[in-house]
Design a binder for this molecule. Structure first.
Ligand SMILES: [Zn+2]
Length: 167
């Protein structure tokens, strides 16, 4: 829409198509892939480790709903030139095990069985990242512990990604 002269769309078609293929393999109800440039998620990729387990754990700790909304954590790929088949392949690889994949300094992909679910996932991650950006440079007096996160997951009947919580 609204493209002029030699402009090309930035719709990330390879990443969308390849992500659909991988999500459908693990979830027959999968329908939607959304990509956007969530501000605080992008901001967080400058100041937080890009290790996906560490990134996931920090997001889980930011608000109580997180581990319930994305117990499978978020995948993180290295920075890459967007729009390519290569970034599509790397994104899709992460989609085998995650509903959401982060592109450092660029944005995020969220998936789900409906637009509401995929957008809700991105919104939850963005809110957690916003809280992180608000508190990152302050002394924290308390936090949600690993045991509390584990209790939360159990109460809501979700299985947190292995290797993140120390309980
Ligand atoms: Zn983009």
């Amino acid at each position: 829409m609204g493209l002029k002269d030699e402009a090309v769309p930035t719709s990330e078609l390879p990443s969308h198509f390849m992500s659909h293929i991988e999500r459908l393999k693990v979830d027959p109800n999968h329908r939607v892939v959304i990509h956007n440039h969530a501000t605080h998620v992008i901001a967080m990729t400058f100041i937080h480790s890009l290790d996906e387990n560490q990134f996931t754990k920090t997001l889980w700790e930011m608000c109580t709903e997180c581990i319930v909304v994305f117990p499978d954590g978020i995948g993180v790929i290295p920075w890459m030139v967007p729009g390519s088949s290569e970034i599509g392949r790397e994104t899709a690889k992460k989609m085998k095990a995650h509903h959401a994949v982060l592109w450092p300094h660029h944005g995020i992909f969220g998936t789900g069985s409906s637009i509401d679910e995929a957008f809700g996932l991105i919104e939850t991650i963005e809110k957690a990242a916003q809280i992180y950006m608000l508190i990152a440079h302050h002394e924290n007096q308390q936090r949600i512990t690993d045991q509390e996160l584990a209790d939360l997951a159990k109460a809501f009947n979700v299985t947190p990604k292995e290797g993140i919580l120390n309980v």
